[in-house]
Design a protein around this ligand. Sequence first.
Ligand SMILES: [Zn+2]
Ligand SMILES: [Zn+2]
Length: 366
Amino acid sequence: MAPSGPGSVRRRCRRVLYWIPVVFISLLLGWSYYAYAIQLCIVSMENVGEQVVCLIAYHLLFAMFVWSYWKTIFTLPMNPSKEFHLSYAEKELLEREPRGEAHQEVLRRAAKDLPIYTRTMSGAIRYCDRCQLIKPDRCHHCSVCDKCILKMDHHCPWVNNCVGFSNYKFFLLFLAYSLLYCLFIAATDLQYFIKFWTNGLPDTQAKFHIMFLFFAAAMFSVSLSSLFGYHCWLVSKNKSTLEAFRSPVFRHGTDKNGFSLGFSKNMRQVFGDEKKYWLLPVFSSLGDGCSFPTCLVNQDPEQPSTPAGMNSTLKTPENHQFPAKPLRESQSHLLMDSQSWTENTANPGKGKAGMSNPALTMENET
Ligand SMILES: [Zn+2]
Ligand SMILES: [Zn+2]
């Protein structure tokens, strides 16, 4: 029996309220369709050629916008796999142990074979009390979803969903297509908007739709372009929104670019290797969301399998290495596909080198 009480009723009410922003966007989108396709294109445009071109381009953008929006909303966020959950015995042990070093010892033992490199600010293993699991790198607990979300970016009220590993690409495409949608409307509506103010439009209700359409499109273009620009910067640096606010802490310390592998690999981690899927809201991100390559792990004294004497530093592109601990099977060749963990780039300045064997080379970041 599902628990029913004031608490669960409140939760259910809250869940319904969370859909209000999505309903608002959907209504706005529905109105914009009516205003643009019917009132502007069909009623107000006199040139048939312009009408056809505008309608075709508009419907294309509209479809891509709706598709990516839909995927962002309805793609379930991914949660840590069962290896990250504590066993029953470990949970019991944790409950018995007082907080502090003994607690950490249990977690350290449980995390021994997990591909995790990040820690809390105090250097402890990242553990979620609520979900009772060891948090994979870049995973955070979302208080709205009440779950740990892989590579959590942020909880977005406009899509009533957590933006994370499973739908970050869709979210970016949603921003891109909604921006294009607004820019296209503003650009093609501009001449009719000017006519509105110079009394060049017939006195019908279409003229008000045309005016409001331009205002709405211009206003959303401004806010969307800044948000989209910010996320493009995040992708280029391989950061999530949360990581931009608080840099990840690795075992050797904080590093704001700890997951960055260079521009093209950062892009491919989100969009995938196959260019044909880049602009489509179909899942093509690389990896499994639980483990991420980082060029920092070879500085880790706790990594026994790191070849001795490498003495590599972050600043030298010659000695980049990938994690000594094996990443998971589902990682793509961006993260695996390597015979050797070390790279031998005789000419690190050559941009193409990174493309030919992405697992072994890393672009030099400034
Ligand atoms: Zn959690
Ligand atoms: Zn959430």
